[in-house]
Design a protein around this ligand. Structure first.
Ligand code: 4NP
Length: 165
């Protein structure tokens, strides 16, 4: 087993950390729990506008529809230190990815990817920002982050992440 490639921590990153990345965090936590994967999960935003706030009420409602409670999450901004703390940093869209690449410190070790790169047939696609749209956009967003969570969990399980014991 290649220990250097094992994943035990993941940070999901979008722009505001109130819609897409908290949903990705919630979907991945649920997926990891179902599979018994022991992975530390967090989310953050590239922007600072919503720091300290809970997820958008529409995101909370969508997660709840799927049995996932994200009400206790609070927005924070991604920092260069996150590139040393997390094994993987997963961006929700290409702009988030580019912003993360630009801030990666020289000693950053995290593997950076786009969430939908982990879904067969959807590499390079964005999870569309639902913030300025209607409630239906949050349903689409959930479907996308849940697919991403399943794909990521498949890869992590194949990499040899330890089941919770
Ligand atoms: P998120 O959505 O990046 O999925 O959390 C957004 C939330 C707020 C803003 C933009 C995107 N905003 O500009 O305030």
């Amino acid at each position: 087993m290649d220990n250097a490639r094992m994943t035990s921590s993941i940070l999901f990153v979008c722009l505001g950390n109130i819609c897409r990345s908290p949903l990705a965090e919630g979907a991945f936590r649920a997926e990891a729990a179902r599979r018994g994967l022991d992975v530390m999960v967090d989310s953050a935003g590239t922007g600072s506008w919503h720091v300290g706030r809970p997820p958008d009420p529409r995101a909370q409602a969508e997660a709840k529809r799927h049995g996932v409670d994200i009400s206790g999450l609070r927005a924070r901004q991604v920092t260069p230190r996150d590139f040393r703390r997390f094994d993987r940093i997963v961006a929700l869209d290409a702009q988030n990815f580019a912003d993360l690449q630009a801030m990666r410190p020289g000693d950053g070790t995290a593997r950076l990817s786009l969430l939908l790169d982990h879904v067969p047939g959807r590499a390079g696609s964005a999870v569309v920002d639902p913030y300025y749209g209607d409630a239906a956009g949050f349903g689409t967003c959930w479907d996308d982050v849940a697919a991403g969570a399943r794909g990521l969990a498949d890869e992590i399980a194949a990499d040899g992440a330890q089941p919770k014991g």
